[in-house]
Design a protein around this ligand. Structure first.
Ligand code: FAD
Length: 479
């Protein structure tokens, strides 16, 4: 059976899983070993694409991966997860040394050497991208550096980064072109004073004042924390009345209070009308979301963090008839098949959580489907971690989502402060563990954690969900 078995609970409505398209999941078979034609061609070498390519090669399929960046690893390794987590880790150590631990460790002085810190981050990125290239060689994945576009459902024209061009043919094509920064109308990102996450992870100076536009996702908050710990005064401007709406409401409110204690300022229900970068710094003209008097907010750097958008520019999807939804995400069925037979899509470019581990799992499951195996995915089992301090992690549904389902549910929770001895010992007592379960069966529906090591703990919750552990058993183990 070539169909991925996915239980799409919360994300069900996001999927193009109408049975009328299931017939498109049939692959076109495999190449007989000809030099020209591949069994699988992957466009995009990010977490979705490189994992799919390696998996395909490991399954014995002749595979080519095309990426335009010049280095593998996509957004995640080059300008996303990896650089941000590197800077989050080191900025946390600096903050510890200069704040709480400074009460009992006396350092002669602790200074930030920003060029050295950035060089270390760049080294991590470079090592990882080279590592993936090594895996390609080891697994005999053919790697073409260049910009791919469809000539037909089985032919990709590549404008190579050295100025040449070539055509790559494949029996099955996987689109893994990821996502890009979403801009805001009237605000031009110059990656100097008006930056995207990419520029914000490569600043040459610690800004005295950093303004972050957008707190709908975790990216702006994480980057705000990096620079806040290194000494910036950080103000978050958000149009909505709350930050990160996808987070469980109770956890979110506590999270915001914690960030405020860390001196992050929030201007919610606030609209940015314009950003002027003509002077030394930046001047933002703001207005209450509901209308009212305009104010001006000044900063040295402004980070535009208004979300990410699927990236399909230049692919010529319309030429072959691949359909997208109204926000540009490629529509796929449960086998990741698009509306064109033999063409698949995975990762950030399709509906679902825009996360690297989700993209990787898509890659494996999609290739398994192509190879006639059983791809298996369940987006309800996809944990999310925000790497602030404390971390916030969750898996499954929020209390708001459970309520919306109309099921009767129970809530078990324990604030960290109740585990006072450990909290006292590590000098940190802010946070909570929260388990949502169906009342009748005690089946766990969602787990939410705010704690210094929430990102590690959430895997216990994931396992509990996967193994069908009851809410009571998990609570007994934890509380
Ligand atoms: P991408 O990583 O975007 O890769 C797509 C690749 O396709 C790119 O390399 C691009 O060059 C290539 N490409 C595009 N079009 C073409 C074309 N026509 N021809 C050839 N090549 C093409 N996720 C987490 O799970 N945890 C985190 O902590 C986390 N932190 C993040 C922090 C930041 C600042 C950002 C921006 C993202 C973060 N993410 C995180 C999200 C994660 O980076 C993405 O979910 C992940 O990279 C998606 O993988 P992908 O392979 O679908 O796409």
């Amino acid at each position: 059976m070539a169909m991925a078995r996915r239980t799409l609970l919360s994300s069900k409505n996001l999927y193009y899983n109408s049975s009328k398209y299931y017939s498109f999941s049939l692959n076109r078979g495999f190449a007989s070993g000809s030099d020209e034609e591949n069994d699988v061609v992957v466009i995009g070498g990010g977490p979705a694409g490189y994992v799919a390519a390696i998996k395909a090669a490991q399954l014995g399929l002749k595979t080519t991966c095309i990426d335009k960046r010049g280095t593998l690893g996509g957004t995640s390794v080059n300008v996303g997860s990896i650089p941000s987590k590197t800077l989050l880790h080191h900025s946390h150590l600096y903050h510890e040394a200069t704040h709480s631990s400074a009460n009992w460790f006396k350092f002669p002085s602790v200074e930030v050497d920003l060029p050295a810190l950035m060089a270390q981050k760049d080294e991590v990125v470079s090592d990882l991208t080279k590592g993936i290239e090594g895996l390609f060689k080891k697994n005999k994945v053919n790697y073409v550096k260049g910009y791919g576009k469809f000539l037909s459902p089985s032919e990709i024209k590549v404008d190579t980064i050295d100025g040449g061009e070539t055509v790559v043919k494949g029996k099955n094509i996987i689109i893994a072109t990821g996502s890009d920064v979403k801009g805001l109308p009237g605000i031009t990102i110059d990656e100097d004073k008006i930056v995207s996450s990419t520029g914000a992870l490569a600043l040459k100076k610690i800004p005295k004042k950093l303004v972050v536009i957008g707190a709908g996702g975790y990216i702006g908050l994480e980057i705000g924390c990096i620079w806040g710990r290194l000494g910036s005064e950080v103000t978050i401007v958000e149009f909505a009345p709350q930050i990160v709406p996808s987070m469980d409401g109770e956890v979110r409110r506590q999270f915001q209070r914690t960030l405020e204690k860390q001196k992050m300022k929030f201007m919610l229900k606030t609209k940015v009308l314009s950003v002027d970068n003509s002077g030394d710094g930046v001047k933002l003209t703001l207005e209450p979301a509901a209308g009212g008097d305009q104010t001006v907010l000044e900063g040295d750097v402004v980070l535009v963090s208004a979300g990410r958008t699927p990236f399909t520019v230049g692919l010529q999807l319309d030429k072959i008839g691949v359909e997208t939804d109204k926000v540009g995400r490629i529509l796929v069925n449960e086998s990741f098949a698009t509306t064109v037979p033999g063409v698949y899509a995975i990762g950030d470019v399709i509906p679902g959580p825009m996360l690297a581990h989700k993209a990787m799992k898509d890659g494996v499951a999609c290739v398994e489907c192509i190879a006639g195996k059983e791809g298996h995915l369940d987006y309800d089992m996809c944990p999310v971690v925000v790497y602030t301090h404390p971390e916030v992690a969750s898996v499954g549904k929020t209390e708001e989502q459970v309520k919306a389902l109309g099921v009767s549910y129970s809530v078990r929770k324990s604030p960290l402060v109740t585990n006072l001895s450990r909290a006292k010992a590590i000098y940190y007592a802010e946070g909570l563990l929260k388990i949502l379960a169906e009342k009748e069966t005690d089946k766990i529906l969602g787990v939410h954690i705010m704690a210094p090591n929430a990102g590690d703990l959430i895997h216990e919750a994931l396992k509990a969900l996967q193994l069908g552990t009851s809410g009571e058993d998990l609570a007994r183990a934890w509380f």
